[in-house]
Ligand binder design. Sequence first.
Ligand code: NI
Length: 181
Amino acid sequence: MILPVYAFGHPVLRKKCKDIEQRSEALNALIDDMFETMYNASGVGLAAPQIGRPIRLFIVDTVQLDKEGQGIKKVFINAQILEETGQEWDYEEGCLSIPDVNGEVSRPPVVRIKYLDENWEEQIDTFDGMDARVIQHEYDHIEGILFTDLLKPLKKKRVQKKLDKIKQAKIALKYPMVFVR
Ligand code: NI
């Protein structure tokens, strides 16, 4: 089932998300719906607050980005970033909750992260490149942080009008969305 994506301005996107207490069929169904929602919107990552749920869950599929079939397709439950290392690099990010806004964000290239996978098994993995980039972006979502918070001041100023328009639902929709009112 395709779920509506919560748009910039909705308070759920600003919540520090809570750990998920236990496995359930409902959680599995939610994960399936999140993949369907993400693919429908041509995304490479989606976090639970973006579909209105303030829980520590996000999904990533960077296999789509890589012609050689590299990349990851993974579910991250109750994730905790352990370490970010290397010299920060800029990359132009976007977000399904903030349509038609892009901007360069500076992040470290390597991330070490602890999480439960979809089988509720604890994993500690290290990711780099685009995999790390998408994980860091989605991880920010479950901490209530949006990539627009991390733009350089001048760029932030430049996108403000667009952000106001999204907040007021004055945008053309490419996929179902929920606005603050
Ligand atoms: Ni996003």
